[in-house]
Design a protein around this ligand. Structure first.
Ligand SMILES: *[C@@H]1O[C@H](CO)[C@@H](O)[C@H](O)[C@H]1NC(C)=O
Length: 220
């Protein structure tokens, strides 16, 4: 009896110790979501695998409407990108965001700057599409890239809206900073969390007319 119970007790103690240890190791972050350039919420203990606090401030333009939203949450540090990202996923569907990642309790309490938008067309184009409930989309319509968007992205996976999880696919223009995002990453945007299964980036092709004119200019 003793011989069989002891190892089990040992295992139980070890499991308990590990659980307590990982709880003690857990990070706490401010968690909130609101419209406007900042938000305020309570400090919450992160799930053990989430070892970073993040703040995302996004400015999105849909048609003529411009809105600013902020979210603060816990995420995996390896999935977290600190900096500016700009995407254009369709005509009149443009978003810029600033993100900040950190790894100390409550370190995302402060404010970060609202991203600066640059909606100047830069002459590049990418295939664009947006689809829900499926993980591919054809991108047969081109979209014009703006600012420093030099990459064509093709992202797909699962979007978690809080209530439901559904498949999504999207293609369009992005800054090269968007290409830091890896397959498998769970990325909180201002409104939803995206779990990426595909994260392709290719440089936007040079517009043919312009390239010809340029190379003609270089001929001595
Ligand atoms: C905005 O984007 C255009 C086109 O790429 C670029 O020429 C310009 O320098 C950018 N402006 C700023 C302030 O970055």
């Amino acid at each position: 009896m003793m011989m069989t119970r002891r190892p089990q007790l040992g295992l139980l103690t070890l499991t308990l110790l590990c659980t307590l240890f990982s709880l003690a190791q857990s990070l706490s972050c401010e968690v909130c979501k609101d419209s406007g350039p900042s938000c305020a919420g309570k400090l919450k203990l992160c799930e053990p695998e989430k070892d970073a606090c993040v703040t995302v401030v996004g400015l999105s333009t849909t048609g003529n409407r411009v809105s600013v939203d902020t979210s603060k949450s816990c995420m995996k540090y390896k999935d977290c990108y600190s900096g500016f990202i700009s995407t254009t996923l369709g005509h009149g569907d443009h978003m810029v965001s600033n993100s900040f990642c950190c790894q100390e309790d409550g370190c995302n309490k402060g404010r970060i700057p609202t991203p600066e938008d640059n909606s100047t067309l830069n002459g590049l184009r990418c295939p664009s599409c947006k689809a829900a409930f499926q993980e591919t989309c054809s991108g047969d319509q081109a979209v014009q890239c703006v600012g420093h968007e030099t990459q064509c992205i093709y992202f797909s996976g699962i979007v978690q809206t809080g209530i439901i999880n559904t498949r999504f696919a999207t293609r369009g223009c992005a800054t090269s900073s968007a290409c830091h995002i890896q397959v498998g990453a769970r990325v909180p945007s201002v409104t939803y969390t995206y779990e990426l299964r595909r994260a392709d980036c290719v440089p936007a092709p040079r517009p043919p007319g312009r390239a010809e004119r340029r190379s003609a200019g270089w001929v001595p």
